[in-house]
Design a protein around this ligand. Structure first.
Ligand SMILES: O=C(CO)[C@H](O)[C@H](O)COP(=O)(O)O
Ligand SMILES: [Fe+2]
Length: 222
């Protein structure tokens, strides 16, 4: 069993992003939240900033696209070398087509679900994806509280992945702390995004180690 910790640079110091990328080198991937002020009421980074950050990052990027019309933007991020590109289920009528496009470029394809979006319609599409992101807060902002109500969906998803024998990574994002990570790990998550809890810590590397240890200890047996 593998536990992956992906710090979200949404909680980093935007005047010192290169420095902060250096502080999380013991993590697995860097989670980058792309917001367009349409799908979510907030605005963050776009391609030029992501491209430049990738040049100075010790770790590859896990991109979380919170944007409308992901068909317009997602392939470009994959072509620029993103390790994984995750788009929201609510933003496309052709998730399989977009996932295939991303994979054909060489990126891992992910699909994200808002807390109110059901997993059932997507279970039969699992072979098309490398990752499913179960949002544990409403997307748009860091620093919100983890929603335990999303764990039922995660358990359903985890059971389906286990039955399928597929190696689909199960990611949670929003309000992940050393306490809530245990709840998500027990419900079947293996990939954990943490923004505030990592970057607000006095020692981000120590916090990453703490999160990793808590999740590994409680990870659902697969
Ligand atoms: O996708 C996100 C928000 O939409 C962020 O990745 C998430 O909120 C991480 O921040 P925190 O750990 O502070 O909740
Ligand atoms: Fe995110």
């Amino acid at each position: 069993m593998v536990t992956r910790i992906n710090p979200s640079i949404l909680a980093a110091d935007f005047a010192n992003l290169e420095r902060d990328l250096g502080r999380i080198r013991t993590a697995d991937l860097v989670h980058v939240d792309i917001m367009d002020n349409h799908f979510v009421p907030n605005l963050t980074f776009g391609p030029p900033v992501v491209d430049r950050l990738a040049q100075v990052s010790p770790l590859p990027f896990d991109l979380h696209l919170m944007i409308e019309n992901p068909e317009r933007w997602a392939p470009g991020y994959a072509e620029a070398g993103a390790f994984s590109v995750t788009f929201h289920a609510e933003t496309t009528t052709n998730p399989v087509g977009l996932a295939r496009k991303l994979r054909s470029i060489g990126a891992r394809a992910g699909i994200a679900l808002k807390p109110g979006t059901a997993i059932e319609p997507y279970l039969e599409l699992l072979p098309e994806f490398d990752q499913v992101l179960v949002m544990t807060v409403e997307p748009g902002f860091g620093g919100q509280s983890f929603m335990p109500s999303t764990m039922r969906k995660l358990r359903t998803l985890s059971d389906a992945v286990k039955k399928s024998g597929l190696d689909v990574w199960l990611q949670v994002d929003g309000g992940i702390t050393e306490d809530t990570i245990v709840i998500a790990a027990e419900a079947g998550a293996n990939t954990f995004v943490a923004g505030s809890s990592v970057f607000n810590a006095a020692d981000p590397a120590k916090q990453i180690a703490l999160l990793r240890a808590a999740a590994t200890e409680h990870q659902h047996a697969h």
